[in-house]
Design a protein around this ligand. Structure first.
Ligand code: PA5
Length: 439
């Protein structure tokens, strides 16, 4: 049974079945470029077969580090930005529970390790607030940076390294620092070697935004108690199902084709929509994956996201009635992990007895169906990606589904989906303003 399903019936008022099917040859061409490594950016295709790679020793090392962190630390601070944190955060928020950190900190001592993310901004306010949360608690740090030189995580690491050293001494601190970085290059690797930190490698041929299934994502996930073997199993099943170059019957290729067809019809903004707050960071991860991969050479779908029904009360008006450049991709979870049955009230003052006995999820699903109808009527095509439940295996499958569709879409767009030259522009200005030597 497919872990990920794709439907595009609610886009067919805007693009015809034939217009999508006619993209079969382009999809095939893009798929072959990925498979054979003949396209631009082919030195960054390590993610493509990653789910099929035998990585027993690496996974064992991740699990053993996670066990040690869970044993010794009430808090893990994960320091990283962009592809070096979004995937782990997406997984942890999607697969634990919305109040995981509060439970970890207030529940039975050390039953779980709270995982906080830092180094994804340059805000002193955020750092100081996190320092207060860590307080007297035992903590460890997982600093993640492929280049090992990115300013945001580097400055943040300096702050937490000092805190660790004050608390545990230099040697004790070094035992609590886990560095995930390049095999050989960068300041972080040099520091890790010199100070004796445990290190995890981000493969040379896996770019940041495609790195969630490497130790970048796996170590924080494992610390949060997520079954990383199940995540990898899901990705592996998705590879088996989607890593072929057919259009018919391949949900991943159909998604790439449908969004490309809509883009070519002037639908330039894709909103990834969810109806589960815990999917918020899946959308943040997805936005980086697609934004950095496709937004170049004056081209590309603008990836946006909404959390419904929350954002129907803020963005709903624009989506229904604003500029008609939008399409939505709804991330649908068929069955919630838990449900709440709406009670009966003898007085019925709130008039809600018509819902008594119904599950909240039923109401949520009717909201989704009603919204899709309204938005399609208003001129917003709807695509739909469905997982049966939100579990580790399906999460892994979803990651691979989106990564592969991104590679195919990027090549269909005619860009190199695996570089990000535009990210450097702000850094040059910032370094010059800060007086960094050489700028
Ligand atoms: O996708 C990418 O390559 C980027 O978003 C990086 O992940 C981000 O800039 C962080 O880079 P680094 O891991 O080198 O610190």
């Amino acid at each position: 049974m497919s872990l990920i399903k794709f439907e595009y019936a609610d886009a067919l008022k805007f693009v015809t079945e034939n217009e999508i099917r006619d993209l079969a040859a382009e999809v095939k061409k893009a798929g072959v470029m990925l498979e054979r490594g003949t396209g631009e950016g082919n030195d960054f295709l390590g993610w493509y077969k990653l789910p099929k790679k035998r990585r027993k020793a690496e996974i064992a090392k991740v699990l053993s580090a996670a066990k040690e962190i869970r044993r010794t630390s009430e808090v893990l601070v994960v320091i990283g930005i962009g592809g070096s944190y979004l995937g782990a955060r997406a997984a942890i928020e999607a697969l634990t529970d919305p109040f995981y950190n509060i439970r970890a900190l207030t529940g039975k001592k050390r039953a779980n390790t709270a995982v906080f993310f830092a180094g994804n901004s340059i805000s002193p306010e955020y750092l100081l607030a996190l320092e207060e949360i860590v307080g007297k608690r035992d903590f460890s740090v997982n600093v993640i940076s492929k280049s090992g030189t990115t300013t945001e995580p580097a400055v943040t690491f300096r702050f937490f390294k000092e805190l660790l050293e004050k608390k545990y001494g230099k040697e004790g601190a070094a035992k609590r620092i886990y560095a995930t970085t390049d095999r050989a290059r960068g300041a972080l690797k040099t520091m890790a070697d010199r100070e004796g930190y445990k290190t995890f490698v981000i493969p040379d041929d896996v770019g940041g935004r495609f790195s969630v299934l490497t130790p970048v994502g796996l170590l924080p996930m494992a610390v949060a108690g997520i079954d990383i073997n199940a995540v990898l199993e899901g990705a592996s099943e998705a590879y088996d199902e989607f890593a072929n170059n057919e259009l018919a019957g391949n949900a991943c290729n159909l998604y790439a084709a449908a969004r490309t067809a809509l883009y070519r019809k002037g639908k330039e903004v894709e909103i990834l929509v969810n109806y589960e707050p815990c999917l918020h960071f899946v959308s943040e991860w997805w936005k980086q994956l697609y934004g950095e991969s496709e937004g170049k050479d004056g081209k590309g779908i603008f990836p946006a996201s909404c959390d419904f029904t929350t954002d129907l009360h803020s963005m709903g008006q624009y989506i229904q009635d604003g500029k008609r450049i939008l399409f939505e991709t709804v991330l649908n979870v068929e069955k919630p992990r838990r449900d709440v049955v709406i009670g009966t009230d003898a007085e019925n003052l709130d008039g809600l007895n018509y819902l008594a006995g119904k599950g909240m999820d039923y109401v949520n699903k009717q909201a989704a169906a009603g919204t899709a109808m309204a938005h399609v009527d208003g001129g917003v095509p709807n695509l739909k990606i469905t997982m049966e439940t939100l579990d580790a295996k399906n999460f892994g499958a979803l990651v691979y589904f989106f990564e592969r569709a991104c590679g195919v879409s990027g090549y269909m767009l005619g860009v190199n989906p695996f570089n990000q030259p535009g990210v450097e522009a702000y850094k040059k200005n910032m370094f010059r303003l800060l007086g960094k030597p050489g700028y």
